[in-house]
Write a protein that binds this ligand. Structure first.
Ligand SMILES: [Zn+2]
Length: 96
């Protein structure tokens, strides 16, 4: 990891990795972004929202989009959320 990453960016990167490891959750912004943009399929929405609640951050619902997926139509609806990573104060809150 680059040495010139601020503590806040490091928090954002760790959060992005943590959430991106969840099934059907996709971080689509830069991982060090102040506001992480996250897409998720409805089937795994509760896991994502539960993780965010456990961390203590409130996601903002943005809109619906479509992602390429191995379904008969080749695409699948996904919900788009934004998380303000400056509201995450401590890495240990979501360290496994
Ligand atoms: Zn799912």
């Amino acid at each position: 990891m680059a040495a010139n990453v601020s503590p806040q960016q490091a928090v954002a990167q760790q959060l992005a990795r943590h959430l991106g490891a969840l099934e059907h959750v996709f971080v689509v912004s830069e991982p060090a972004a102040t506001r992480l943009r996250i897409e998720c399929f409805a089937c795994c929405k509760h896991e994502l929202l539960g993780e965010l609640q456990a961390i203590g951050v409130t996601p903002r619902f943005i809109n619906l989009t479509f992602r390429i997926d191995a379904t008969p139509t080749g695409r699948r609806a996904a919900e788009v959320y934004e998380v303000d990573t400056t509201s995450v104060k401590k890495l240990k809150n979501f360290a496994r």
